[in-house]
Design a protein around this ligand. Structure first.
Ligand code: ATP
Length: 353
């Protein structure tokens, strides 16, 4: 039990609504639990600040964040600001600057919810996707030449390094080892991409020799997308590159009920820097200000954050409260087929706690 300093960055759109709700639930949880104390500092970074100052976050932002135990993030994205600016100058700048190279995306079908999969049950949907979060297709390497001419060229170079591949694959093996099925599915596309992806494969072959207790299989990313739908029970822990896991985890979230539910953590496994936790949905400007955003993805992310901080009992209490609310069904948000607004769902989770 301890005292934790959390940097809350609500960001844009419904990020502001779901992070406010998440802080409320965490404060309520801390009141219930002796010895747990959580202090929030809200940092007003994001597109509003960009439109005022030309910067999504201040120059010394990373130093500021290093003074916290963890970061609780909402969303970055605003129709008034180009997407590559809102993403690269805030969220990706934090993930890369704080070397949060492991992105974790647990997916479960919660009680009371139904999946669009005809064979989707709580037994078949219990997945854990590990996403490489620092290089690969989102390395930022590339450029544009002959701008605005008819022969203009744009290049995005996918970068896989031996050390980067090995550290994330070991992290995924350790997660697989901590789960009952001890199974890791390795996603690749080395049939079509002949350089970086082949290195990705070679590192996996070598690394897997150190984990004889983990069952592995190797699947091409296109086949993997189909397998989430046709054979969900064959999947447990999954490791994939930055782009592949980005796409697969949105698919996984949709198959488990809604994008509004899914949590994620951007982890610095060595704990040299704070890790960052956020719902995987974006800023959803279409529903901003309506009071209808589903805050459960934010609450589940808060539970992941508590777990990372070593507060396993508090993390479990919060997750069970989410399950109680979905199971009971009387305060389901609209994206899950109910009528409850953000405040009512938040109240219900506080009551369940
Ligand atoms: P961004 O550009 O920031 O990624 P987006 O609006 O393109 O944002 P999402 O925010 O991921 O993408 O939303 C996709 C759709 O899913 C939205 O139209 C929204 O209605 C719905 N949605 C996303 N998150 C939630 C939520 N927490 N509660 C309810 N609906 C949601």
């Amino acid at each position: 039990m301890g005292t934790y300093r959390i940097a809350a960055i609500p960001g844009d759109g419904i990020g502001k609504e779901v992070i406010a709700a998440g802080c409320r639930v965490l404060e309520h949880l801390a009141q219930q639990k002796n010895g747990l104390s959580i202090e929030f500092k809200t940092l007003p970074w994001g597109s509003d600040q960009y439109l005022e100052t030309g910067e999504m976050m201040p120059n010394d932002a990373l130093d500021t964040l290093r003074g916290f135990d963890a970061i609780f993030f909402g969303s970055a994205g605003d129709p008034r600001v180009p997407d590559h600016i809102s993403l690269w100058k805030l969220r990706l700048a934090i993930c890369q600057g704080l070397d949060q190279y492991a992105n974790i995306r647990p997916t479960k079908l919660l009680p009371g919810l139904s999946s669009p999969l005809k064979n989707g049950t709580s037994e078949t949907i219990d997945w854990f996707i590990v996403r490489e979060n620092s290089e690969g297709e989102y390395s930022g390497a590339g450029g544009r030449v002959h701008q605005d001419l008819s022969n203009e060229v744009g290049l995005d170079v996918s970068v896989i390094t031996r050390s980067g591949a090995e550290r994330i694959q070991r992290f995924a093996f350790d997660i697989a080892r901590s789960r009952p099925r001890k199974k890791l599915t390795f996603v690749t596309k080395s049939n079509a991409q002949r350089h970086a992806m082949v290195l990705w494969d070679e590192v996996f072959e070598k690394t897997s020799a150190d984990y004889p207790d983990i069952k592995t299989d190797r699947v091409l990313v296109d086949a993997m997308a189909a397998r989430f739908v046709t054979d969900p029970e064959s999947i447990d822990t999954v490791i994939a590159t930055n782009l592949h896991a980005d796409v697969l985890s949105d698919l996984a979230a949709a198959l488990s009920g809604s994008l509004g539910l899914a949590p994620t953590g951007n982890i610095n496994p060595e704990r040299e820097n704070p890790s960052m936790f956020e719902p995987i949905h974006g800023s959803a400007f279409d529903i901003m200000g309506h009071g209808t955003a589903n805050p459960l993805g934010s609450f589940w992310s808060a539970s992941l954050m508590l777990d990372h901080l070593g507060e396993h009992e508090a993390a479990t209490l919060l997750f069970r409260a989410i399950e109680t609310v979905t199971g009971d069904g009387s305060a389901l948000p609209r994206d899950l087929g109910g009528q409850a607004g953000t405040d009512e769902v938040t109240e219900a989770v506080c009551k369940a706690l």
